[in-house]
Design a protein around this ligand. Structure first.
Ligand SMILES: Cc1cc2nc3c(=O)[nH]c(=O)nc-3n(C[C@H](O)[C@H](O)[C@H](O)COP(=O)(O)OP(=O)(O)OC[C@H]3O[C@@H](n4cnc5c(N)ncnc54)[C@H](O)[C@@H]3O)c2cc1C
Length: 417
């Protein structure tokens, strides 16, 4: 592209803010729009884990049978709300097709590259750029309640080692010490050393403020209500403040992206996957590093001055209501793995968020083939904080025509059509 483009970024969550920041760093004139406040979507109350160890996509062999078993248990970490929905049916069909060893090994490489780049960028943003988001690199400990779970954990660690993600097993006797004195009933653990954690809302807000300081215009309470097309161009986005125009448009509206894309007659295969977090004031005896309760698929993150429990994955449509039974299931799992962990805790907030989830566990990131000036950056599922900075960098490279730092063919937004 000749000269520096003007760019509208739709959505000020982790992905939109990171995209706006890196675009501005490359000299683009960026307007960042959100229908609410900055970080008012899924990026707000999540578990704050930066996890190269999540480089195995959700769609993996065995997941479907496990999912069917969970469906029968109202306190399980997974649920699909039965409903007649063509989009859900095709999504599940594509998910099933992606549950192969071959897909897992190819996708893991892409996820690893993006995750490791993100860690590098988080280090820079926290240390050199001095953004304060309580970033800590202490690794992460997975706890297994059963021998069967530990066995599955060893298998997963083996898959990850093949793509260069280091993992070491921790025996039962050493678990408590690793956590800083926390009691556990786990039979064993797996330590991933290259992981980090942070306060996600602090990260997104701090980066949005830095983006503002380098020229990004951030417009909150500015919902994109429609999009005007002119041939193969997105001519402008309609907001209550009128039509806004730019050379380029980036769609980064998380779980709301398919709704926005409909105005362009594009179907994005993203299902909102609801999860919950329960945040407490951090007690003096909190674990010293983040934990994953492996079989329960729940996270326990000591972030900043908070202790956050998070988990469950519900395919229930665009529904942010809180199902207390599932929230309780997260807390009961914590009690099972970590007896006494919740004693005397002071509750701050219970929250629900929608992970934008694609059938094959990879984001949709790249140029649309239908429009010459549209880039899509959505569908980051359970790792949109973790992969945020690298995704933002990729968006800036795609929009400005630079070579992406890694091969993004597998992220092609058109791959399902
Ligand atoms: C319980 C839970 C735990 C999680 N834990 C982790 C974790 O530990 N690590 C991790 O990496 N990820 C985690 N995630 C996933 C992570 O939260 C998401 O992947 C990430 O937030 C997605 O970011 P996003 O920017 O794509 O979407 P969002 O943060 O949802 O942002 C989308 C934005 O678009 C805006 N928007 C929507 N429609 C419009 C419109 N029409 N016009 C303008 N703006 C619009 C919304 O207001 C919103 O601010 C977790 C998620 C949940 C639910």
């Amino acid at each position: 592209m000749a000269g520096k483009p003007s760019v509208i970024v739709i959505g000020a969550g982790s992905i939109g803010v990171c995209s706006a920041y890196f675009l501005a760093r490359k000299g683009a004139k960026v307007t960042l729009l959100d229908r609410g406040d900055v970080c008012s979507g899924s990026s707000w109350g999540n578990a704050g884990l930066v996890v190269p160890s999540h480089s195995v996509p959700l769609a993996a062999p065995g997941v479907i049978w496990q999912g069917l078993r969970w469906m029968l248990n109202p306190q399980s970490p997974f649920y699909i709300k039965p409903r007649l929905s063509w989009d859900l049916a095709t999504w599940l069909w594509r998910f099933r097709a992606a549950c192969t060893e071959e897909h897992v090994s190819r996708a893991s490489v892409v996820l690893r590259d993006v995750s490791l780049k993100s860690i590098e960028l988080f280090d820079i943003l926290a240390a050199k750029e001095e953004l304060d988001f309580s970033y800590e690199r202490k690794g992460m400990l997975l706890l297994y309640a059963t021998e069967e779970g530990l066995q599955a954990g060893r298998h997963e660690a083996g898959t990850l080692r093949k793509v260069g993600i280091a993992a070491s097993e921790v025996d039962r006797a050493s678990l408590g010490e690793r956590m800083g004195g926390v009691r556990t009933n786990a039979v064993g653990g797996m330590y991933y050393e290259n992981e980090a954690h942070l306060v996600p809302s602090d990260f997104v807000h701090a980066l949005a403020n830095r983006a503002r300081s380098i020229g990004v215009e951030v417009r909150t309470e500015t919902e994109v209500q429609g999009i005007e097309m002119r041939g193969r161009k997105v001519a402008g986005v309609k907001t209550k403040a009128g039509m806004l125009e730019a050379d380029e448009v980036v769609l980064a509206a998380g779980s709301w992206s398919p709704g926005v894309a409909k105005a362009l007659k594009l179907r994005l295969p993203i299902q909102p996957a609801k999860g919950y977090s329960i945040t407490y004031e951090k007690p003096a005896n909190a674990p010293r590093l983040p934990l994953m309760l492996a079989e329960a698929k729940a996270a326990v993150t000591p972030m900043g001055n908070m202790l956050r429990f998070a988990g469950t994955l519900e395919l229930a449509g665009m529904d942010l209501s809180i199902n207390q039974r599932r929230v309780d299931a997260i807390l009961l799992a914590a009690d099972r793995y970590l007896p006494g962990i919740r004693d005397g805790l002071r509750h701050v907030r219970t929250w629900a968020g929608l992970r934008p989830t694609t059938p094959d566990g990879l984001a949709l990131l790249g140029r649309s083939t239908a429009f010459d000036n549209l880039t899509i950056a959505a569908g980051h599922a359970m790792i949109g904080i973790s992969t945020g900075p690298a995704s933002g960098l990729l968006v800036s490279q795609v929009v400005t025509g630079e070579k992406p730092f890694t091969d993004i063919a597998m992220l092609d937004p058109q791959r399902f059509t």
